[in-house]
Design a protein around this ligand. Sequence first.
Ligand code: CP
Length: 327
Amino acid sequence: MQSVFRGKHLITLQEWTKEEIDTVIEVSKDLKKKFAMGVATPYLPYKTAFLMFFEQSTRTRNSMEAGIAQLGGHANFLDTSTMQVSHGEVAKDTAVILSRFGHAIACRNCFWEVGNKYLRDMAKYSSVPVMNLQCDLYHPMQGLADLMTIQEKFGDTKRLKVSIIWAYATSHKKPISVPLTQALLFPRYGMDVTLAYPEGYDLPDWAVKQAEENAAKHNGTFTITHNMEEAYKDADVVIPKNWGSWVNNQSDAVVDDLLESYKSWICTEEMMEQTNYNSIYMHALPADRGNEVVDSVIDGSHSVVYDEAENRIHTAKAVMALTMGGK
Ligand code: CP
């Protein structure tokens, strides 16, 4: 068990060792148990985390805000449209000042080819841990909650067939950060990961290479297919979710001819019937109901989306307690 986290940035789980990730999950499970029993966990008394959001959020914002309150600390929610960053203040100046005021900076910035660079700039100049609350490339907080959920439902994760499946949606052009994070993380836990998407929705080549390397190192597998049915067949875990065609097309237009040609990529009961009898349906949420998935699946017996969302708070608390407190 790793015990030295204080001050550690979390930009991507790829930069954390498996031992460190295991510790986060272990602490998350302990915090979840204590929360269920009403046991107080004041591990961060009088500590402040600044939460900067360039975009909307329900789960991430509230898991962090409620989470730090439950740890005895306080969060300052910062809508960046009301900050001087909207007048051009640079990441360095924001990071230096906020890190002098408090004990962590957490930030969501999903703008393509901007967000991750912004987070890394903040981390370079911050004297306190910087946490990525989702950027254009990674969503580590979601990845941790997803891993915890799969472990809770199956125990041993080795040889599970886990399918990350592109799905049709029109709500907005979504980042690739959720599937990319899952593609990198799950093979490290010995899972047989299938990434399924229609032509035009590729993840970056470097990410595919890293996912393949992770699989080779940890006895998992990583397979890409453009056949949706193949991904559902005999799967233990299915994660049908939309992501944008950012790698192939940087326009931020939501609906285009390519997207409209893949309306059939929806998670239906017929698709779920192809999966293993005890399979689970996951989604980071918010889901585009009726487009990505039919109600009878997301509200049905395979769905674990609310357990998955609940685990966001337990894992967020674990990351904060370890990086802001501890040794
Ligand atoms: N899954 C997730 O990050 O949800 P929010 O966008 O509501 O934070």
